[in-house]
Design a protein around this ligand. Structure first.
Ligand SMILES: O=C(O)CCC(=O)C(=O)O
Ligand SMILES: [Fe+2]
Length: 381
């Protein structure tokens, strides 16, 4: 059953032992510790990549960095023509960028701030309380950790996180987060993401509910938010800024993100990395792999990464909408390319997520498990 019960579940600490110790040791022995157990105003530096990309498309307002902007109010309350324009903006943004900002979204700054504050409390709560969740595997309802998944990357990235499954019920790390704030934030962002899913569907020339139905978004969703991350210093690839999170696309359908005023999210566009600087109050929206699959590759899950290196701690709050764990996601047949068919085969979302979350992050490599491999035709001679 996929229903929001309203009442957050106080998830008891999982009962296992060794990996917790291993992870704590890694965190503590890191020469640039990523204070999973965040203390004080640690530095999480964002390295600015000069962005000269112009916003050439008049239909999509220029945010100052060329990142498309969608007027959410026009999308849900606009008159017919305004709404149609907003749907076209969503489609254009998904096609050209896989990334956009949402303004006039109606989510109050008070709620966003309360959620951020609650997350700060979580990170600064006693390490023994967080340690209980540290060894959790990729599909655990609550996970706290550093790096991407320390079991495979050794916590080499400068990032601390907490991840919670938030739908159909919110799983709360007991005692660590203000459950009523997290519940309201999860429900609010889920509604916003479902409206965006409708617009995405329409922008593909489909009925508004078609994509959600194909992915079983509506009936259930591990609307999951890897919540905030904060860190300091970090590992590096040669010539690349210190990374909080390496280049990847998201495993879900759509991701909604806001940060605490400290930049660090970079998006890959036009062959370059661009620093994503938000308009005041805006959310970022990131197209994920399930959108790429269901749209038969018309819209792509966009590569993005988080860099570190500024003076202030950076936190980002991430809400993701995804299919039911047992939904088999495949392209909507109406979107088959003439003469070429489907680009992806059906993959159960649980398997996809587990695969992406339990291996080292490597760009868009995870998507290969769903890609239809076509034999290369031998030339006639
Ligand atoms: O911290 C950020 O801005 C990016 C986070 C992110 O990409 C993720 O959690 O998937
Ligand atoms: Fe991401």
């Amino acid at each position: 059953m996929c229903m929001n019960t309203g009442a957050p579940r106080q998830t008891p600490a999982p009962a296992t032992s060794l990996p917790r110790l291993a992870l704590l040791q890694i965190v503590v022995s890191d020469p640039n510790p990523c204070t999973a157990l965040m203390a004080g105003p640690s530095a999480y530096h964002s390295t600015t990549v000069p962005c000269t990309h112009g916003g050439a498309d008049p239909a999509v307002p220029d945010s100052g960095t060329g990142i498309p902007v969608v007027d959410f109010d026009a999308l849900v309350n606009g008159a017919a023509e305004q709404r149609a324009q907003a749907v076209r903006d969503v489609g254009r943004a998904c096609q050209d960028w896989g990334f956009f900002m949402v303004v006039n979204h109606g989510v109050s700054e008070d709620l966003k701030e309360a959620f951020m504050a609650s997350c700060e409390e979580l990170f600064s709560s006693p390490s023994e309380e967080k340690a209980a969740y540290l060894e959790a595997g990729p599909m655990a309802p609550v996970r706290v950790g550093s790096g991407f998944y320390a079991a495979v990357d050794g916590a080499r990235y400068c990032r601390d996180y907490v991840k919670m499954f938030a739908h159909p019920e919110l799983h709360c790390p007991a005692k660590l987060i203000r459950a009523e704030v997290a519940t309201e934030y999860a429900a609010t962002t889920r509604r916003l993401l479902l409206s965006l899913a409708t617009a995405v569907s329409e922008s593909l020339g489909l009925a508004g509910g078609r994509v959600a139905e194909a992915m079983r978004l509506e009936s259930s969703s591990p609307n999951r938010y890897p919540a905030p991350c904060t860190g300091q210093g970090g590992d590096d690839d040669v010539g690349v800024p210190a990374l909080g999170l390496p280049a990847h696309s998201d495993h879900g359908f759509l991701t909604l993100l806001f940060q605490n005023g400290v930049d660090g999210l970079q998006v890959h566009h036009g062959g370059r990395w661009l620093l994503a600087t938000p308009l005041p109050g805006a959310f970022f929206v990131i197209a994920g792999d399930q959108l790429e699959i269901v749209s038969n590759g018309r819209y792509k899950g966009v590569l993005h990464r988080a860099v570190v290196g500024g003076e202030r701690a950076r936190m980002s709050a991430v809400s993701m909408i995804s299919p039911c764990l047992d939904a088999v996601v495949e392209p909507v047949p109406e979107l088959a390319v003439d003469g070429q068919g489907l680009e992806f085969r059906g993959v159960r979302y649980r398997d996809y997520m587990e695969h992406q979350q339990s291996n080292r992050l490597n760009g868009k490599a995870a998507l290969d498990i769903a890609r239809v491999q076509r034999a290369v035709a031998e030339p006639d001679n």
